[in-house]
Design a protein around this ligand. Sequence first.
Ligand code: C5P
Length: 409
Amino acid sequence: MELASPSFPLSGRRIVLGITGSIAAYKSATLARELKRRGAQVRVVMTAGATEFITPLTMATLIDRPVHSDFTEDEHAGVWTNHVELGIWGDLIVVAPATANTLAAMVHGQCENLLQAVLLSARCPVAVAPAMDLDMFTHASTQDNLRVLEERGVDIVDPGTGPLASGLVGKGRMAEPEDIADRVEAHFQKTLPWSGKQVLITAGPTHEPLDAVRFLGNRSSGKMGFALASAFADQGALVTLVVGPVNLPTPERVHRRIDISTAVDMNEAVQSCWASMDFGVACAAVSDFRPAQTSDIKWHRADMPETIALKENPDILRGMGQSKTDAQRLVGFALETDEGLDSAKAKLARKNLDAIVLNTLQDDGAGFAVDTNKVTVLDASGRTVEFDLQAKDELAQKLVDLWRTTLIP
Ligand code: C5P
């Protein structure tokens, strides 16, 4: 069983760190490292002024990728920096330090350098950590600019008070990198509907070995579970994905992936973390049976047993339902080859679930290995919601929204 990295509070979050020309730029190195340490992906955009205070090489080394400071990456080859792409890539832009000049440029929509272009084309929220001398900070222009930016929704990380590079003492020192990183964390906590919630998802098939090369399995691709993992993570949840043998890359913001092969392994992985979860979704197509005996070597034709005895596997979801606390919520999936509504209702009660997602193999485009699905969701309070045939990604987002409003207090 492979255990991936432990969860980091900013895991998978994409942060564009803008650095402008202030002496406090030396602290941006610590900030970049701190954001990375907490799991964020960081890209750095520096103004020309910033490069006078700290070298792009320092920043590039810390974030493990080149920094951006010009509109062109390679003038001779005609390669330009796609500021729009950078603005869209980021979940948050943090300008730290933010000089009086850059704050003014932001207010007026100036576009004289790459960072300003990124800020103008950004779709994500922006935070700034001002850093300047006392008189510049207290000047009516700067204060007006900060007020305007705040009104527009920019998060202002207030500077601290203390000795300044000029020798003056007062307000203007950039906030400490750890405090800015805390603020970044708080931003994600308060802005996303599933922030702070731990979500466990099982996905994919299980493989129950018959001999060294053969197994009992099913055609589950894991696509629905992965789409859900991605949708939950995008909404701020800390997602643990317990997954059988599938051929899918881990969705970007998922905190932890545990790869297993058999139902017994999946059960063990689930049992090890379910108690610390707020929400569980059992999407895996777990094999209900496993061969009673397996062989470490490959059976040859002559060794083949005439019959293969089967043993019952643990019902993982039922176990989760049995130990579920009042604070936990649990959703199962039911794949039926016929109508299945009554059977899904019975399963909802039997496994002590809060909701069940029914998909029937009767519907074209629904079920295993395809990219679309058509489902009906039943919940314990008797509500039924039907979703038309649609892409699994889209459906996953709608399910996650539905559960946020109907199942989370
Ligand atoms: O009882 P049935 O297998 O139809 O229930 C399906 C639901 O139960 C799915 O959510 C599936 O992930 C889960 N399940 C499980 N462990 C099993 C069998 C099914 O968690 N051994």
